[in-house]
Ligand binder design. Structure first.
Ligand SMILES: [Zn+2]
Length: 282
């Protein structure tokens, strides 16, 4: 059988024709090229994602401090990747707000002040408040309420019989889930995206100032208060009380701010145990 699977005569507007001859080999070749291009793209994406994680770690640990200019060539060598995925990774971190574009091109690690941290937490409160209000006023997707209630129940199980007994790791995980569900309940892609964006700043995330702080009584107490707030937010949403749901969600974000204040006033060891504070310039 011939490899020529078709000869196409395409009529042109002036009545003439143009001939396209496709051979099976050529089609296979095109398909092969397409698969290879896809594979290269996927590999480059994987490298970029790995680099995002690596760079984020360096920034949070303080190895790359605010104001540091990232030089492509030495950084690519150090991370053993080519410059395209590196540039890709840096663009993503700029989008997250951890890097900014330098005046003469390239990227610089962003500096944050204490006021920036406060503002980021405040902004999360505003966005989550709006999400809670919209969920209450516009109504939720059918399984929305049961999903978030299940998360609240899982959070409840993180508390032990003894007062002050908390599984911090599990609490931190389910707390993040609660906040994702809350943003999704708004039914607004735009709100959900913006909540996700502000939450990516490490000190603005709902769990920024609480995991692994079992030895600080104020933190332990704050988790009980926070869990009561989770329940109150869900009950206000299910009762379609928009203003109350909004106020509660904003107040809930304030808990993170109070925990930050504890960290800042206690200082010393405690400050070192909140890695994201390495980003904050005094
Ligand atoms: Zn929470």
């Amino acid at each position: 059988m011939s490899d020529n699977i078709t000869d196409w005569n395409w009529p042109l507007p002036d009545g003439g024709t143009t001939e396209f001859s496709f051979s099976l080999h050529r089609l296979q070749g095109i398909e092969h090229q397409r698969i290879e291009a896809n594979m290269q793209e996927t590999a480059s994406n994987t490298h970029a994602t790995r680099t995002v994680i690596e760079l984020r770690k360096k920034i949070f640990s303080g190895e790359l401090t605010g104001g540091t200019r990232l030089l492509e060539v030495p950084l690519a060598e150090e991370l053993e990747i080519s410059r395209t995925p590196l540039r890709d990774a840096m663009s993503r971190l700029a989008e997250e707000g951890l890097l900014e574009r330098g005046r003469h091109g390239g990227f610089v690690v962003r500096k944050f002040t204490y006021a920036d941290v406060i503002d980021a937490i405040e902004l999360r409160g505003v966005l989550e408040g709006t999400a809670a209000r919209l969920a209450a006023e516009r109504g939720m997707r059918p399984d929305g309420l049961s999903c978030i209630q299940a998360v609240v129940a899982r959070l409840e199980n993180c508390f032990g019989e003894q007062p002050g007994e908390v599984d911090f790791e599990a609490y931190s995980k389910y707390n993040a889930e609660f906040h994702q569900e809350l943003a999704a309940l708004s039914g607004s892609d735009m709100i959900e995206r913006e909540v996700e964006r502000v939450t990516r700043l490490p000190f603005a995330s709902p769990s920024a100032f609480m995991p692994d702080k079992a030895d600080i009584a104020a933190f332990r107490r704050s988790l009980h208060v926070a869990q009561e707030q989770h329940k109150a937010i869900v009950s206000a949403i299910s009762a379609r009380e928009g203003s109350r749901a909004e106020a509660l969600a904003r107040e809930h974000a304030r808990t993170a701010r109070r925990n930050l204040e504890v960290v800042m006033t206690e200082g010393g060891m405690l400050k070192e145990r909140v890695p994201s504070l390495a980003l904050v310039v005094p």
